[in-house]
Design a protein. Structure first.
Length: 159
């Protein structure tokens, strides 16, 4: 029984470490070149709101992993801790992925520029971040108690 609990905690920590690494990659990707125009690489901040959206999403995910590792404790978040660990990372990853997808659909299609490695790195990290956040959420949330329907019928008082 104790060994099974240790294995589950190890899996939970693996997802948390993966979320931390992915969050740093999202932030680094948001600061990298996002598109190439006429042979020149342009930084992500040259796009007005797509890159800051991805940058904010990376920082929100990073905040979620910091809360998961209990480096930074906030009373409101700690009260709902089993649920907030993965949800904060999930919100950040979805926000970052939304910023990149909006950049691809609105900016690149309108201008005809090609994407650079920063936007692709941020998109890949956001997708992995979604799966890592879901893994953190599943492993850190409390187990649902099993029903007693498969047990024998419990006799009532007076039977």
């Amino acid at each position: 029984m104790a060994r099974q609990m240790d294995e589950e905690e190890d899996r939970e920590i693996r997802y948390g470490i993966l979320l931390s690494i992915v969050s740093v990659i999202m932030v680094a990707g948001a600061l990298s070149p996002w598109f190439v125009a006429e042979g020149e690489r342009y930084m992500a901040l040259a796009t007005w709101y797509y890159a800051p959206m991805a940058f904010a999403g990376g920082f929100i995910s990073l905040f979620g992993s910091i809360v998961f590792h209990r480096i930074y404790r906030i009373g409101v978040i700690q009260k709902y801790r089993p649920y907030t660990d993965g949800i904060i990372g999930l919100v950040g990853s979805v926000l970052s992925m939304t910023g990149v997808i909006l950049f691809f659909t609105l900016h690149l299609d309108a201008t005809g520029h090609s994407p650079a490695y920063g936007s692709l790195m941020t998109l890949g990290a956001a997708i992995v971040g979604i799966f890592a956040s879901v893994g953190v959420f599943k492993k850190s949330s409390p187990q649902i108690p099993k029903s007693s329907s498969n047990k024998k019928k419990i006799p009532r008082l007076g039977d």
